[in-house]
Design a protein around this ligand. Structure first.
Ligand code: NOJ
Length: 723
């Protein structure tokens, strides 16, 4: 083997140094570009050595890669795809529940397995890289991208995201079925004012370090090798132009060795939308010098930067560093050893084993919000059941954002979608029909549309409800009310959904509401009037089977909310980890309490918490505390309880949240059974960022709170003292 860089027995660093030494300026800058297929691959691969394509089709990955391998140095392309909750852009792939849904399982092991399966499906279609997980903190449900988040808590997000990174990347990037993860959007993208996508976030550096950076620090420590910067600005500086963020903090302070990717056309936006650069050339230079290594969808970057380097305006060392980071990852991923080049079609996409995991994920994602008089689980002999509502038989609403690759317009509307998952998706109606002994006992009427108030058939739905012994009404939102550029000013039910519910209520047939929605909605009427409420979010391909299993008691729900439900939009922000000091602590015309709080979720059984104790109450900063609690199943069903540990720093030099999640665990109990649950709390995790910006644990009293939700009434308390 003549060229050193082709020798797989050498380290990635040795191979990178050798390859870089052979490359022209043009080839280096080419590696830093990522485009979609609207840019001619003959030019971009053969003449410009582009580094990456995104969101192409399976067959294209094979053709394009072969083209790349035939170039002078044969540097392989890295193919990226938005495989956010499964490899969902690919027709027939396994669609898992949305990130928000799966976060309600509070189950890192499950998330790791889901990511592992996604990685298998991704690599078997020739892609090597997913733009996931999403670490944005969902604190304003008006924001269009809430369904992509793991909810509102930084500690939980850090845990679940790290699990997904482990799942995608496996034990080693070079494993045949490992892909590269790309946590995004760095950082505080969900915190833009008014829930407005990509607008300005008003966040201080202290707040960044306290709330928004910790989940990213967790995935960097786990070993992620790419990160996507956010579109938005923080305190006047767009993240893609923020050298403190990308260079000083991420690369130097945290020692991140991977590469930074801009978001789509983000360089262009610096010039055209954020107006911090008078020309596109200025924008390209700013982004490069700020620490971005690969540029998504700014083809102009190629000529601009080559010219600047050749004119001596930019030092070649800058592109050497960026290009080395990209090449190093390509070597470690095994791309030079033909990873992702397939010899035959594979049988892994959407296979039975993967579907089973999708069912497990959906079951654990469901959250029971109300169950008056134990209406659920339904009795086997319940008789006629009316299944009503616009989301009962709607695979597009059910699968949610990022599930469809073939969209024609932007932003896509439901009507634009070619539903390549329809045949392998079990809708709620399908699931219920399959579960009952006699499918003719199911009376289905859509009743109304999610969006269009004119399109309704409420009278027929009322007829069905009157004939039935129970009405299951499936309402919520739709694909076109979630996602990028789809922020909402109201979170009320749309179309004629409220009219439908009100009419069914009047029949006096017991009313079960199943919610299929990408985000919390303001549903005080439902909370008051429904007999039972099951939150299903976007539950994926197997959602219908999962919902039916819970409704009929084959599975006892155990999910807990990871995002608070406001009663009214004017209550926002309503997340649980609020700062203290609000005079009055409520609005004069409304409570501060959310409709359903973070951590809340019911079961068909009941759990009793007792005997909270700490291994010691006097600790030093380097010590680890063990918190123990006894939990008893006091009901009649076997069930799983998600136990939550919060901490309140009683007095500190700066204001700190009234409580913060610092630990969680699950316990499964048979009726009457009692177990002790131990939660480990390193005292170092009780740190705060002081007014000087320094992270430290301040001595004093900390309240330890353990229970089944973030609500004060659900928590037992004990104090510890740190010296
Ligand atoms: C823009 C989105 O913000 C980002 O999350 C996504 O990965 C890219 N587009 C690529 O589709």
């Amino acid at each position: 083997m003549s060229e050193v860089y082709r020798d797989p027995s050498l380290s990635a660093s040795e191979r990178t140094i050798d390859l870089l030494s052979r490359m022209t300026i043009e080839e280096k800058v080419g590696q830093m570009c990522q485009l979609d297929l609207s840019h001619d691959p003959k030019i971009w691969i053969k003449e410009r050595n582009i580094g990456s394509y995104l969101n192409v089709k399976w067959k294209d990955t094979q053709v394009l890669q072969k083209m790349a391998l035939e170039t002078r140095l044969g540097i392989p392309l890295i193919f990226g795809v938005d495989a956010v909750h499964g490899h969902c852009f690919h027709d027939g792939a396994t669609v898992f529940p949305s990130q928000l849904a799966m976060s309600c399982s509070w189950n890192p092991e499950l998330l790791e397995e889901v990511a592992r399966i996604t990685a298998r499906e991704v690599i078997h279609t020739g892609f090597h890289w997913t733009f996931a997980p999403i670490l944005c903190i969902g604190r304003d449900p008006r924001w269009g991208r809430i369904s992509e988040t793991f909810g509102e808590d930084p500690f939980l997000i850090g845990n679940l995201a790290s699990a997904m990174v482990r799942g995608y990347q496996g034990k080693s990037l070079s494993d045949p079925e490992s892909i590269l993860a790309c946590p995004k959007h760095f950082v505080a993208y969900g915190e833009t004012i008014g829930g407005r996508d990509s607008a300005e976030a008003e966040v201080s550096r202290r707040k960044l370090r306290s709330i928004f950076l910790p989940p990213f620090k967790a995935v960097v420590d786990t070993g992620c090798d790419s990160i996507m910067a956010g579109y938005h600005s923080i305190d006047g500086t767009p993240c893609s132009a923020n050298s403190w963020l990308l260079k000083d903090l991420l690369k130097k302070e945290w020692g991140f060795k991977g590469f930074v990717l801009t978001d789509w056309a983000n360089i262009n936006w610096l010039h055209e939308m954020q107006y911090i650069a008078p020309t596109l050339a200025d924008a390209a230079e700013i982004a490069l010098l700020a620490g971005n290594d690969m540029m998504m969808s700014t083809p102009e970057f190629y000529n601009i930067i080559i010219k600047m380097i050749k004119e001596g305006h930019i030092d070649e060392k800058v592109i050497d560093d960026a290009c080395s980071r990209i090449l190093n990852v390509k070597f470690r991923l095994g791309l030079f050893e033909q990873k992702g080049l397939l010899t035959s079609d594979s049988k892994v996409i959407g296979c039975l084993k993967h579907k089973k995991k999708a069912l497990e994920a959906a079951l654990q994602s469901l959250v029971l919000l109300k169950n008056d008089n134990d209406l659920l689980p339904l009795k086997e002999n319940i008789g006629k059941i009316a299944v009503l509502g616009p989301n009962a038989d709607n695979s597009i609403a059910q699968l949610g954002d990022w599930s469809f690759g073939k969209v024609l317009n932007w932003p896509p509307q439901d009507s634009d979608i070619v539903d390549g998952h329809k045949d392998n998706t079990v809708t709620i109606l399908d699931g219920i029909k399959k579960r009952v002994k006699d499918p003719s006992s199911i009376l289905y009427v859509k009743g109304c549309d999610v969006l269009n108030p004119e399109d309704q058939d409420i009278q027929k739905a009322v007829q069905a409800a009157m004939e039935a012994n129970v009405a299951i009404v499936v309402v919520g939102d739709s694909y076109s009310l979630n996602g990028e550029r789809k922020d909402r000013a109201s979170l009320d039910l749309t179309g004629a959904q409220h009219k439908l519910l009100d009419s069914i209520k009047r029949t006096e047939t017991p009313l079960i509401v199943v919610l299929i929605n990408g985000k919390p909605l303001t549903i005080p009427w439902i909370a008051e009037n429904a007999d039972a409420i099951l939150e299903a979010w976007n539950p994926g391909n197997e959602g219908g089977n999962a919902v039916a299993a819970v409704l009929f008691g084959d599975f006892n729900p155990s999910g807990k909310l990871t995002i608070s439900f406001p009663r009214h939009i004017g209550q926002l922000p309503v997340y649980y980890n609020q700062m203290p000091g609000w005079h009055g602590g409520k609005y004069v015309d409304m409570d501060a309490e959310p409709l359903f709080p973070f951590g809340y979720g019911l079961s068909y059984t009941s759990f009793q918490y007792s005997n909270l104790r700490c291994s010691t109450t006097e600790l030093q900063k380097h010590e680890v505390l063990t918190v123990s609690i006894d939990i008893k199943n006091t009901g009649n069903h076997e069930g799983t309880e998600i136990v939550q540990l919060y901490v309140n720093d009683k007095y500190s030099s700066v204001t700190t949240p009234i409580k913060e999640l610092k630990g969680f665990s699950s316990v499964n109990l048979h009726p009457g059974e009692e177990k002790c649950v131990n939660l480990v709390l390193p005292i170092s995790s009780l740190s705060l960022i002081n007014s000087e910006g320094v992270e430290c644990v301040e001595p004093g009293e900390f309240e330890i709170l353990v229970g089944g939700s973030s609500r004060d009434n659900d928590l037992l308390k004990k104090s510890i003292f740190v010296h």
